[in-house]
Design a protein around this ligand. Structure first.
Ligand SMILES: Nc1nc2c(ncn2[C@@H]2O[C@H](COP(=O)(O)OP(=O)(O)OP(=O)(O)O)[C@@H](O)[C@H]2O)c(=O)[nH]1
Length: 763
């Protein structure tokens, strides 16, 4: 079974659609302003040359939206500002007049004299009403049309606005620490704030952090009135105001605050509505979207289940109809030991990199050229994509299966696909490149053995400022050590397949990888083009401009095979089962509840009873699939799909841990972690990411800073500076399944501020 994401996010959860006053300077950082100053004239020059009239504001909006990408901004403005007269004319000519129209025209011309409203009503008595009390019809002047951008520019501008407001709030020492999370650098300059942060925070709108919002298996009844306001709660010390992330988890709705709903359909052509962007961080957006997606999936499943039920001839009650699943009682570790030498190697790689650098297209190409996807499928996608005006995304559609992703041309969640070579069975985990979906990227990277970093040879700079840098940091933070750099889109360098461009891009990325901690031996660079296909699975032809590539570099596929890992150690297979749930979905009519995720330890077979934490519920394994094939058992390092029975859907969600019922993982509310600070750390609110699990919490204690060898430098420091190693204690807002050795990533205000491992847990 091929399992793809199939998300139906509500638009209001992914994009804010409020309209912005872009001219407001305060929304942009100095760096943004510098970019505007440099790039606006370049765009203007190109548009002037093409005879396209635009305002500076329109140029700035386009640059902001396209991450300073001049080419895309120019293309967008050309498209949106050039009137399509030719098309309109053609359309007019095309449409023949109906007989009715022709008859009506005739009638108007011949028989009906022109009648005004005054003529029509002149004999009615109320036409004699005195003029001073007569109503007046005032013509409404239509608002001048505003230029609109496809996809979330409002949100980006709101984000900038939000950051500006936060920065302004941080400048007021009395309020900043208690009302909002403040950027660490700002706090650095105000050590007094730390103390204030410790004091119980007087809150205007205290919220409870209900981390585990259980989803109902049936669609929730419609609420005619908004829910009553939650009772006010005194937050414990160290707790500042709930982050937007926390508010999302506690289901607080921004709708309740009376903020104006603004329509995005004029931007996106669909019925999107959303709250204005009044606080949620990018992580919040993703969390909310994931929750809604799950609920929707469950609702859809329930709908389907009901229909199936209705088709049954026998009307006996459908109550627990699942037959008891019998275990074959296999000795899985021994079976594995016997089989492992005969088994093909397997590897999962996550595809990372800045938005639009070509990740999905490259993976679509890999699947096509390895035969995992047929040319017929691609032709079908090409036809559909062309109809949407996105022909160049046909290959990306192999990975981007959600309607939202296809419409916007942006990956939202991790897509999972399989392909095989003679030597290795591969699992692809395609991560979203957009900064709003970094939590999903962390989830994908946590399941992988290695990473493929895709870099657009023409856009290195935008990537270095954006997610190329952050993804490299995160890949290392979640424990990935092997990485292939795919220098992509070399077909569109000037000149095409420029060796110079390739070399300078490689040098810069390799430097950054070395600084991050990747070892030279574990990194390889491959030149390629996902769109035209050179050097992905096939070497370029001898006469093409890319011929130099095959003499000096392996193909991407050959390099992946080289880096495919090791076989799993028997010790790990014998450990108690641990599988973090990456996705919960309906695996077919006979499998109404299925999960997918990577087994980090142990093994599991059909018929096993397992425990799901933190709910503590048990479930029985009804079916196992690995790489799309049905199996009796699966072991550590596999990314199986498990079909479950004897458990309700509301007890399972992404981030939960399926574990051995004999030795279940503990549910904890506090952990000690050893981290590397990427920004300065103080006692502060943070979002804690452990693979697919995201939980709001806080740094409650800075225990010590350490040197590179792990020796204590200072106990109870007041601050941990960026770049330092430290032992810190984390307080979680609710109990979550964690144990020693788990990798944690800490984020605040949409940025990664630290990463490390759990050292000790406490309930
Ligand atoms: N010229 C050229 N264009 C490419 C190549 N690969 C991708 N593109 C184009 O780049 C655009 C973005 O491609 P995607 O594959 O969606 O990029 P992505 O990195 O997956 O984007 P996200 O998943 O949203 O982060 C599309 O218009 C592609 O056609 C390439 O090798 N050469």
């Amino acid at each position: 079974m091929q399992r793809n994401k199939n998300i139906e996010y509500d638009e209001d959860e992914l994009y804010s659609d409020g309209e912005e006053e872009y001219g407001e300077e305060g929304g942009y950082s100095q760096e943004d302003k510098d970019n505007f100053a440099t790039l606006t004239p370049v765009v203007r020059a190109e548009l002037d040359e093409a005879g396209v009239p635009v305002t500076t504001q329109q140029i700035e909006e386009a640059l902001w939206h396209y991450y300073w990408d001049v080419g895309k901004s120019v293309a967008y403005l050309k498209n949106s500002r050039t009137p399509r007269e030719g098309q309109k004319e053609a359309k007019k000519e095309e449409k023949p007049k109906s007989k009715f129209d022709q008859a009506a025209e005739k009638a108007v011309g011949t028989r009906c004299p022109t009648v005004t409203a005054a003529d029509w009503f002149k004999d009615t008595p109320w036409t004699n009403v005195p003029s001073d009390i007569l109503g007046q019809l005032v013509p409404v002047t239509p608002e001048p049309p505003r230029i609109k951008l496809l996809g979330g520019s409002s949100k980006l501008a709101k984000l900038a606005e939000e950051r500006r407001k936060k920065a302004a709030a941080a400048a007021q020492p009395a309020q900043a620490p208690t009302t909002d999370s403040t950027h660490s650098l700002d706090r650095l300059t105000k050590p007094k704030d730390v103390k204030e942060n410790v004091a119980p925070a007087p809150k205007t709108e205290p919220k409870k952090y209900a981390i585990r919002r259980k989803r109902s298996p049936t669609p929730p009844p419609k609420e005619p009135t908004p829910p009553p306001e939650e009772p006010k709660e005194q937050l414990p010390s160290l707790r500042s105001s709930p982050s937007a992330f926390g508010r999302t988890l506690s289901s607080s709705s921004a709708q309740a605050n009376g903020t104006r709903q603004m329509a995005l359909h004029d931007l996106l052509g669909s019925g999107y509505t959303s709250n204005p962007f009044d606080g949620p961080s990018p992580d919040d957006t993703v969390m909310r979207a994931q929750d809604r997606k799950k609920t929707k999936a469950q609702q859809a499943s329930n709908g389907l289940a009901k229909k199936t039920e209705a088709l049954k001839i026998d009307a006996t009650p459908a109550a627990p109809s699942q037959p008891k699943v019998r275990s074959k009682g296999l000795d899985v570790p021994s079976l594995w030991n016997e089989e492992k030498s005969k088994r093909k190697a397997s590897a999962a790689f996550v595809v990372i990199g800045h938005v639009d650098h070509g990740k999905s297209t490259l993976m679509g190409r890999l699947l096509l050229d390895t035969g995992a996807v047929s040319q017929r499928d691609i032709d079908k996608y090409k036809k559909q994509a062309t109809e949407l005006g996105k022909a160049s995304f046909a290959l990306a559609w192999v990975m981007d299966t959600g309607a939202e992703e296809r419409e916007r041309g942006v990956t939202v969640d991790i897509a999972q696909h399989y392909f095989s070579t003679e030597r290795v069975d591969f699992t692809i985990l395609d991560a979203p490149g957009h900064r709003d979906f970094v939590p999903n990227m962390i989830g994908g990277a946590s399941m992988a053995d290695l990473a493929v970093l895709v870099v657009d040879a023409n856009q290195l700079e935008s990537g270095m400022k954006g997610q190329t840098r952050e993804h490299i940091l995160l890949a290392h933070a979640v424990g990935l050590r092997k990485l292939v750099v795919a220098v992509n889109k070399l077909d569109s360098t000037t000149p095409a397949w420029s060796k110079d461009v390739f070399q300078s891009v490689s040098a810069e990325v390799l430097k950054l990888l070395a600084q991050t901690g990747f070892k030279e031996d574990n990194v390889a660079v491959v030149p390629c083009s996902g769109l035209s296909g050179e050097n992905v699975a096939k070497q370029p032809g001898g006469n093409s401009a890319a011929s130099w590539v095959s003499k000096e570099h392996p193909t991407l596929l050959q390099q992946l095979e080289k880096f495919a890992p090791h076989s799993t150690s028997i010790d790990v297979v014998k450990k108690p089962l641990r599988l973090q749930v990456a996705d919960v979905f309906r695996g077919g009519i006979t499998n109404p509840l299925s999960i997918a995720g990577r087994i980090t330890a142990g093994h599991v077979q059909i018929g096993d009873s397992v425990t799901v934490q933190p709910s503590g519920e048990t479930a029985t394994i009804k079916g196992v699939e690995v790489g799309g094939d049905g199996k009796d058992w699966t072991i550590a390092d596999d990314i199986p799909t498990l079909h479950l029975v004897d458990i309700e859907a509301q007890h399972l969600r992404s981030g939960d841990v399926v574990c051995s019922s004999q030795k279940p993982i503990k549910v904890v509310k506090s952990v000690t972690a050893k981290v590397q600070a990427l920004d300065s750390l103080l006692p502060q609110r943070v979002d804690i990411h452990v693979g697919r699990l995201h939980v709001p919490g806080g740094i409650s204690h800075l225990v010590a800073t350490e040197d590179a060898k792990g020796e204590t430098l200072k106990k109870k420091p007041r601050i941990v500076k960026a770049g330092q190693k430290a032992v810190i204690r984390l307080a979680l807002d609710d109990g979550v399944p964690l144990e020693d050795g788990d990798r944690v990533v800490l984020r605040a205000d949409g940025s990664t501020i630290a990463a490390g491992r759990v050292e000790a847990i406490s309930m």
